[in-house]
Design a protein around this ligand. Sequence first.
Ligand code: NAP
Ligand code: MG
Length: 401
Amino acid sequence: MSKIRMSTPIVEMDGDEMTRVLWKWIKEILIEPFVDLKTEYYDLGLTERDRTDDRVTELSALATKRYGVAVKCATITPNAQRVKEYNLKQMWKSPNGTIRRILDGTVFRAPILVNGITPYVPGWKKPIVLARHAYGDIYNSVESRVEDGQTAYLVVCDKSGREVERKLIHSFNGDGIVQGLHNVDKSIEAFARSCFNYALENKIPMWLGAKDTISKTYDHRFKDIFAEIYESEYKSAFEAAGIYYMYTLIDDIVARIMRSEGGVLWVCKNYDGDVMSDMVATAYGSLGMMSSVLVSPDGKYEYEAAHGTVTRHYYKWRNGESTSTNSVATIWAWTGALAKRGELDGIPELADFAKRLEAATVGTIESGYMTGDLIPLFHREGVTPVKLDSEAFLKKIAENL
Ligand code: NAP
Ligand code: MG
């Protein structure tokens, strides 16, 4: 059999710990036997980020801007303990944050569904894809404690520093707290375009929820920007694709989501996305089954798993013990990137291979072979689930492939 040829490389961002181990196996066992894999390799493992003063992360993001498609392994975001463990020069920033900033992208998270694993909300038959606006609001806020008798104002100045507006927030009768939030039109506009593009590409309806009845200027601005961009740039394409865009109150969205059967793109403001993505991920089962893609408004894609480097499993593996770590979301990162490359370069065999690999993976689990995290979640008439170790699971998929 001849291997499937690629024309443009995929930007490959290697990572850390258990996912770095899975990364190598996925390539060797599932991809390289079938695809003449072309990648531009960047090692985002913590040691290399430290050695290059994190320049490698920036270079990988810039390469993604050039080539348009990247696949990323999970990486350690260092904290004080990691600085010690890896003897780091400094506490480097989150690579995902750096890449997101350079690509100005939006993160879409979608669960991978298989027969036999029923979501905790049994009515959810299709994926609920969640998009989180990753800029502003309380994540870039300023806060203060205020004492009895003090007064807080919202003050806006022009370029020269001259006050143009002053509003009373509160005259405190007793101690209290105060917080200042902001967002910028440009970021909301980029977010809106990324979401509209994603919905169109995946042919799913799109719902945005906010609290414009209470927040008549701030949240209302989100509603207005999305409406303007939809009307002027996307409405006809949405209608042609048979999908729709809807804005409603966040409370109403939450109620609709619970009643829905899934199959929607749920667009969330920053805080709502932070909270709701954990709820949606949990409801669908395992973190190992949650895929993620960063999409920039000008159509650059970075695919990854939503989970981290699975440290606990890595320490076991390093001690020579076997692990049963779920590689499905990382496989999806690869299939996402391969399919997108195939689509952009006009190589249907490549996109077809990605589909087959996904089908083989789902089929493997549905026939009862899976990693340990899925065993307690799996219930299927006549199928007794079998727990495989990390590598055996990949080999079983290869057999089916
Ligand atoms: P994590 O790696 O997602 O793992 C948390 C726990 O979830 C694991 O201990 C494991 O539970 C379960 N789990 C997650 N993925 C799994 C998989 N594929 N298969 C089986 N079980 C899985 O999160 P964390 O422990 O909070 O973070 C570890 C490191 O990852 C940190 O250094 C963090 O900075 C980094 N991180 C990176 C990213 C990213 O690159 N996008 C995202 C999040 C975190 P059990 O131990 O109970 O089996
Ligand atoms: Mg959260």
